[in-house]
Ligand binder design. Structure first.
Ligand code: ADP
Ligand code: ASP
Ligand code: MG
Length: 440
């Protein structure tokens, strides 16, 4: 029987023993499904901290953190299971993962060891959950993501490899209805352990869903769907019941944390509905993302931080053809994608979200003109009806934000969105003003 759906449960949905137990009624219907799990909430952050301490050669503090986390997991095991043999297996499992982490701290940390440490969160959560189902005598099987999930040399999913390999793995496990796998983790082009970047379990769910052409990809989290503004900064946000793939992709890319930035694309490619659901309120219908587009003046606002802007001024050159190509080639040479761009007769402003090569890029751009760099910027993206024939939307947005300095405006690039660049210091105020003027 074919896989019908993917159910991905995020960090809070597996965040403690009670939350894990609460997943059981959600996954025990008769449909054949792949259950993608994240690490328990907080674990990946802890593992990142451990690797940072190791890079700083602070082994003692790293060991303290490792042992605190190990003890936390032993507590989880004690609460999660009721029978002694399963509890013992749980403790053994935790010890084997943490002994493994400890072994990796003995020598100087390499990138590969770092990524091996980061992978432990998902490896542990899936094993613990599989053991829980075994204790409850619910048939399930663990399918290691490292056997099929792979990125290529550019860090992009290797769709061909993934489809071939997951199908092969599934043929071996045809009798179980519940197939558990890890989100986030994968192998890279040379076969080493790697990951799909922070929040990547959503991406795993979407990639697998697309590879298997399932009928629905469900992303279960701690909120009932995608809201019209960021609930971490704005009160009284409201759920949006339906979104198109393009709208959801723009919101995810521009900071709506509920979805990994790339996670909509594989589903969109294969036209597979994505449903965002709340494990704390499973009855709530959540948000449905499909190819359907319902036009609304304004649907939602999202914000993406850690943006840097480069302003290049060239009195002689700018409008000479070939100039922009030279500018773009510099970004290409440093494999740094551009988010927003605006041009005037003598200036071009460009934003990037990856500051790794900022200094080198600025240095190379100085060959073409004078260059100004500003960091700590935020892109605010307003998703709604921005088709070119429409009138009146931009004035409402500018009126709402008339107390906030707008550094760049991008309009006309997408029929679904308008983006603005502001100082990060003004972000919360800008989000609140937009909610007040556009949604209330
Ligand atoms: P998970 O661990 O399940 O992947 P995340 O923390 O990654 O969960 O994503 C869910 C969180 O995203 C919510 O708790 C909420 O604070 C945040 N969030 C940010 N923007 C939005 C939005 N527009 N709609 C809903 N949630 C959002
Ligand atoms: N555990 C990973 C993270 O915290 C992946 C995920 O939760 O989606 O980033
Ligand atoms: Mg997430």
């Amino acid at each position: 029987m074919n896989i019908v759906k993917i159910m991905k449960f995020g960090g809070t949905s597996v965040g403690n023993p009670d939350r894990m137990k609460a997943l059981i009624p959600l996954i025990t219907d008769k449909e054949k499904k792949i259950v993608v799990l994240s690490a328990m909430a907080g674990t990946t952050n802890n593992l990142v901290e451990i690797t940072e301490l190791l890079y700083a050669d602070n082994k003692d503090e790293a060991s303290v953190k490792i042992e605190i986390l190990r003890a936390k997991y032993h507590d989880v095991v004690n609460d999660l299971y009721t029978t002694d043999p399963i509890r013992q297996s749980g403790h053994d499992l935790i010890n084997s993962h943490f002994d493994n982490i400890n072994n990796l701290t003995l020598r100087i940390l390499t990138k590969l060891q770092e990524r091996t440490i980061l992978a432990q969160g998902e490896l542990i959560s899936t094993s613990l959950f599989h053991l829980l189902l075994q204790e409850r005598e619910i048939k399930s099987v663990l399918l290691p993501a490292l056997n099929f999930m792979r990125i290529d040399k550019d860090g992009e999913p290797d769709y061909f490899y993934i489809e071939e390999n997951i199908k092969r793995e599934l043929r071996k496990k045809s009798s179980e209805n519940i197939i558990i796998t890890q989100g986030y983790i994968c192998r890279n082009a040379v076969g080493e352990i790697d990951n799909l970047k922070r929040g990547g379990s959503d991406f795993t769910a979407s990639i697998i869903g697309a590879a298997l052409k399932v009928s629905e990809i469900q992303i279960w989290t701690d909120i009932s769907g995608l809201h019209n503004n960021d609930p971490r900064f704005v009160q009284n946000t409201k759920v949006i019941r339906e979104l198109s793939f393009d709208e959801a992709a723009e919101l995810a890319y521009f900071g709506a944390k509920i979805l990994h930035p790339s996670s909509v694309n594989p589903a969109k490619e294969k036209n597979i509905p994505v449903r965002l659901k709340n494990t704390l309120e499973p009855e709530d219908e959540g948000t449905l993302i499909t190819s359907n587009s319902i036009l609304l003046d304004y649907k939602a606002v999202a914000a993406k931080d850690n943006i840097s802007v480069l302003r290049i001024r060239s009195d002689r050159m700018l409008m000479a053809y070939g100039f922009l190509r030279k500018v773009f080639e510099i970004f290409e040479a440093y494999r740094t994608p551009i988010d927003m761009i605006t041009t005037s007769e003598v200036c071009v402003s460009i934003t990037i979200d990856n500051p790794q090569y900022l200094t080198q890029i600025a240095k190379d751009l100085r060959e073409l003109g004078t260059v100004e760099v500003e960091e700590n910027q935020t892109i605010v993206c307003i998703v709604g009806d921005f088709r070119t024939e429409r009138t009146g939307s931009a004035p409402e947005i500018f009126q709402a934000l008339n107390t906030i300095p707008l550094k760049m405006i991008s309009y006309g690039g997408s029929p679904n969105s308008l983006s603005l660049l502001i100082d990060t210091a003004n972000k919360t105020e800008a989000l609140r003003l937009l909610s007040k003027h556009l949604f209330e």
